[in-house]
Design a protein around this ligand. Structure first.
Ligand code: FES
Length: 115
């Protein structure tokens, strides 16, 4: 399991998002009501970047064709078969750690979210 500690500038404020570069791609971290959620910055429909999409509640809307995905689970709001990759974020003491290198499409049950 590959893990990446998040530096303070990489941790978005509530209502904000940040972009993390990893392995030739990017990951978007959203702060929704004080909780962090990380997804691959690539729409599973046709590969558009999701970082510039409109976030409403927990739903990110792809700016290319308008599909919406739940940033908590990666599931598409109207079709559970299409998912964006989700990366668990764990909290160890006061450090936030992004779990990489997993094929999980949802946050693992032992993940500790940030409140
Ligand atoms: S590329 Fe995202 S909805 Fe089509």
């Amino acid at each position: 399991m590959t893990r990446k500690s998040l530096a303070p500038p990489q941790i978005p404020e509530p209502g904000q998002r940040s972009l993390i570069f990893h392995d030739g791609g990017t990951i978007v971290i959203f702060n929704v009501d004080g909780r962090l959620h990380a997804i691959k910055n690539e729409c599973p429909h046709a590969g558009a970047a999701l970082c510039s999409g409109r976030l409403t509640g927990h739903l990110i809307q792809c700016s290319a064709h308008g599909l919406r995905f739940d940033v908590r689970t990666g599931a598409m709001s109207s079709n559970a078969g299409l998912r964006v990759h989700v990366y668990p974020i764990l909290k160890h003491n006061d450090e936030y750690v992004l779990e990489l290198g997993t094929d999980s499409t949802s946050v693992s049950s032992n993940a500790t979210h940030i409140n």
